[in-house]
Design a protein around this ligand. Structure first.
Ligand SMILES: [Zn+2]
Length: 120
């Protein structure tokens, strides 16, 4: 287990607004097993570790995957699009355009080894 934990307060609140289901819609894997949902509901903050697959991909990639309403683990996303994802599929946060969703791709945030290998 990764010891590094990150609190995403303001960002977490934004994520809460999505009313997202964190289980992969294809295989049912919980993409955020480290998150205490009660704490998340209460404070909007949550903790990621190296079991988590939280990411944001460019619109055309999600579109290729069929625009699922919910989450996909990276393995199921790649199965749907028929190829491995690569760093350019994961937009970086840009303060000029305030793409807050892309903050999920911050390279300093913990993720599963396979997501780290793709996202960079
Ligand atoms: Zn999956």
């Amino acid at each position: 287990m990764g010891e590094t934990a990150f609190k995403l307060s303001a960002r977490g609140r934004k994520i809460a607004d999505w009313d997202i289901d964190w289980n992969c819609v294809d295989c049912g894997t919980n993409t955020v097993p480290s998150v205490d949902m009660a704490e998340f509901e209460r404070s909007g903050a949550f903790t990621l570790d190296d079991r988590c697959e939280v990411y944001w991909v460019r619109k055309h990639v999600w579109h290729l995957a069929g625009n699922p309403k919910g989450s996909l683990c990276i393995g199921c996303l790649e199965a749907r699009i028929g190829r491995r994802t690569k760093p350019k599929d994961f937009p970086r946060y840009d303060p000029h355009i305030q793409n807050i969703d892309a903050a999920l791709n911050d390279p300093s945030w913990p993720a599963t080894p396979r997501l780290l290998a793709r996202r960079g």
